[in-house]
Design a binder for this molecule. Structure first.
Ligand code: LAN
Length: 727
């Protein structure tokens, strides 16, 4: 077994643990938990599945397919491979990494609460951090493809040290030098400052105030936290609790050592209040506004003379919200940041022996994913519903669903979708400021249990496709349950006609001026998104074909208003800006799908024509498309160094939705995607596919199967109709 000093000096592909002993638990509800099998008996009882092998980078022994003669052949080969990765429960598991500020939350939150890791988990987390240190300077950024930042480097540095890597290890020495060049931990963005305060290696005085009392203000106030974007407020709840009680880990030698390592000056000499707005240039995406600075000064003055009963009431209120959130989500919580903050809060209030502590400890593992480069903390407890939604629609639309070999996999997928639908509103509903959930589908699992507009849309579409367009599938989701999903969607349209992510837009856009998190943009309120809007339009359009009598007028009006919204936000150059995938290719595919459903295509609509011309103008000589994640930061197209199969598939699908009349761009895109297919039918992982909050990239590794297969199958029909049978 490795001891810390034996850890190799440089990034290594060679696992620190025996990869043949790791298994992904295969549960019906789609939980993702990696187990390390210690004994030979366990190994015998749990032979590795293909999914285990695939995600661990072990050979699958998948025989090569005869090379594809047509796009449909290629799609079929792709699915013959991908089918092998389906879980017994019916969904496709997958990594959901990318952000580099999540693992430190896991490690710091666990350290300060005394939660341990398996030795094997610890070693693979170290390896992950080694492998993702920036090759140029050894620091870490906001996400795996980003440049080094003070927050990324300070947090991941602390994580490595807590995981047991000594200060004199070469990886740590290099990272420390970079951290100091970036201004040290004092120059970290605010979320980094927060975690370091919890760890007791940064003074709470060096944070802008996070008073829990804001919750006690009247709800009608335009800046009341219940109006903020759900992720921001759900993170703010435990943050304000921990700030309110000034939680600090007990000092120990490692903490004392970190205080000396993280700064460019001696810890005792730091002027803490002066660090509140000290943020390294490398971290800065959304500088504080004047309004924010004013609020911070007023709240800072209040902190000097807090009224104890008021503070206590605020702290207690925040704690109640934490408990509601834990109980509403089976201790998964909305996301990984709030997850670990809630762990610390529950530990502080109820201690090590509490039921809450134990439940949190168990569910912590749902976020930990083992990949070829080590163990990471994921962006959610998986992307289960999102992935199953796309691949099932792809199979039905391309006709591959009716291949004998594929039928059982589609039945299993339908069974999973049936189990994943949320059937009731949350246990604590209005009191925890939640939107209704009855009938919705979540992004990951039913247990996590949050309505997402587009996940509900995609879930509904998939069920309708599988139940009504295939003859061999049972009807598992009743009409009433489909109506519940529609009812939920109909509660989610905003004034401008667009759909946001989890809820209605509750606050006005000036609230963005109060954005405290310097590293993210557009996080204070919900916004209407073209992607979410499209999923709702398309699902309602398909629903009304099958159920022409249910809430007919409302559905028609909703669709029409949503289309008006899409037109209104089309960019002058013709594309749509994506908020969740990179970037124009992603959102433009969704938007053109929507327009096609109301009969707007290249020949009939100015808007569709402009969008197609825009996309075609970005096609590369090799037939593909490639956009960098940097496109999302400024909403201006930035070419990626390489062509990407996923973006090429999105762009080609967009053109096909719009019935683009010239086949060449599509034929060239098909040829590019086919040329990248490996002999076993799969595609290699390319650049990161997703984004959030403008700046942070996130991985959707299953997209390289769902969208390639979907696009190729669709292209077969498109090209056949235009008299091209083979390429
Ligand atoms: C996600 C992932 C899925 C995504 C889509 C369904 C693709 C989107 O169409 C709607 C928004 C949603 C649900 C979404 C919102 C923000 C998330 C949860 C994430 C990008 C995954 C990680 C991110 C979350 C905010 C990460 C934690 C960071 C914070 C700033 C709290």
């Amino acid at each position: 077994m490795w001891t810390p000093l034996d850890i190799p000096a440089s990034p290594t592909k060679q696992p620190f643990t025996d990869y043949s002993r790791w298994r992904l638990r295969d549960t019906d509800d789609g939980r993702h938990v990696w187990d390390f099998l210690k004994t030979d008996e366990e190994l015998e009882a749990r032979p590795p599945s293909n999914a285990d092998r695939y995600w661990l980078g072990l050979p699958l022994n998948s025989p090569p397919f005869p090379s594809a003669k047509s796009p449909l052949d290629a799609a079929r080969n792709g699915y013959s491979f991908y089918r092998k990765l389906q879980s017994n429960g019916g969904h496709w598991a997958g990594e959901y990494g990318g952000p580099m500020f999540l693992l430190p939350g896991l490690v710091i939150g666990s350290y300060v609460t005394g939660m341990t890791f398996l030795e094997e988990e610890r070693l693979e987390m170290i390896r992950y951090l080694f492998n993702h240190a920036h090759p140029d300077d050894g620091g870490w950024g906001l996400h795996i493809e980003g440049h080094s930042t003070a927050m990324g480097t300070a947090l991941n540095y602390a994580a490595l040290r807590l995981l047991g890597v000594p200060a004199e290890h070469p990886v740590v020495v290099r990272a420390r030098a970079t951290l100091h060049k970036l201004g040290g931990a004092a120059a970290s963005a605010s979320w980094g400052k927060f975690w370091l305060s919890v760890l007791n290696v940064y003074d709470w005085e060096g944070n802008n105030p996070i008073p829990p009392e804001l919750w006690l203000l009247p709800k009608w106030l335009p800046f009341h936290p219940s109006r903020w974007w759900i992720h921001t407020r759900t993170v703010y709840v435990p943050m304000s609790y921990l700030y309110g009680v000034r939680f600090k880990a007990a000092e120990d030698p490692l903490i004392l050592a970190l205080r000396e390592e993280l700064y460019t000056q001696a810890y005792d000499t730091i002027d803490w209040p002066a660090q509140r707005n000290n943020v390294s240039e490398a971290d800065l995406h959304s500088p504080h506004s004047k309004l924010f600075d004013l609020f911070a000064v007023i709240l800072g003055a209040y902190e000097q003379c807090t009224i104890p009963p008021l503070r206590n009431t605020g702290v207690e209120y925040a704690y109640r919200l934490i408990v509601y959130e834990d109980e509403n989500t089976g201790y998964q919580t909305l996301g990984p940041v709030s997850k670990m903050m809630n762990v610390v809060a529950r530990f502080h209030a109820e201690g090590l022996e509490s039921d809450a502590y134990k439940r949190h400890e168990e569910k912590r593992r749902d976020f930990m994913w083992l990949a070829t480069e080590g163990m990471m903390m994921c962006g959610t407890n998986g992307s289960q519903l999102w992935d199953i939604g796309f691949i099932t629609q792809a199979l039905v639309e391309t006709g591959l669903a009716n291949d004998e070999d594929n039928k059982p996999s589609l039945i299993k997928a339908l069974q999973w979708l049936d189990r994943c639908q949320i059937r009731e509103n949350p246990k604590h509903f209005e009191v925890s400021n939640r939107h209704r959930t009855k009938g919705a589908w979540p992004f990951s699992t039913k247990e996590q249990g949050y309505t997402v507009s587009d996940c509900t849309g995609e879930g509904l579409k998939s069920v309708l496709y599988l139940q009504t367009q295939l003859e061999f599938t049972p009807t598992l989701v009743s009409d009433d349950r489909l109506f519940d999903a529609v009812d939920t969607l109909l509660t989610m349209q905003n004034r401008d006609g667009g759909f946001a992510s989890y809820e209605l837009v509750r606050g006005s856009s000036w609230l963005e001026l109060l954005n405290p998190a310097e590293v993210f943009g557009r996080i204070m309120i919900e916004y209407e998104y073209p992607e979410c809007t499209t999923s709702v339009i398309t699902s309602l359009s398909i629903f009304r074909k099958h159920y022409p009598n249910y809430r007919v007028k409302e559905i028609a009006k909703t669709i029409q208003r949503a289309i008006t919204f899409l037109h209104a936000i089309q960019q002058p150059e013709g594309g749509w800006v994506g908020s969740w995938g990179i970037c124009f290719t992603y959102a433009t595919m969704f938007a053109l799908e929507s327009l096609s459903l109301v009969g707007e295509t290249y020949e009939t609509s100015q808007s569709a024509r402009r969008a197609c011309d825009f996309l075609v103008s970005k096609q590369r000589a090799d037939g593909g498309w490639g956009e960098s994640y940097k496109t999302c930061e400024a909403c201006v197209w930035v070419e990626h160094d390489n062509t990407q199969v996923v973006q090429t598939s999105w762009a080609a699908m967009a053109l096909m939705y719009a019935k683009y009349p010239h086949r060449e761009p599509i034929a060239k895109a098909v040829a590019l995607v086919m040329s990248r297919q490996l002999p076993d039918g799969s595609w290699a992982q390319e650049a990161i596919e997703g984004i959030f909050n403008r700046t942070c990239a996130i991985s959707y590794p299953n997209f390289k199967f769902s969208f390639t297969i979907w696009m190729l199958g669709k292209a077969q029909k498109y090209l056949e109709q235009r008299g091209v049978l083979t390429l």
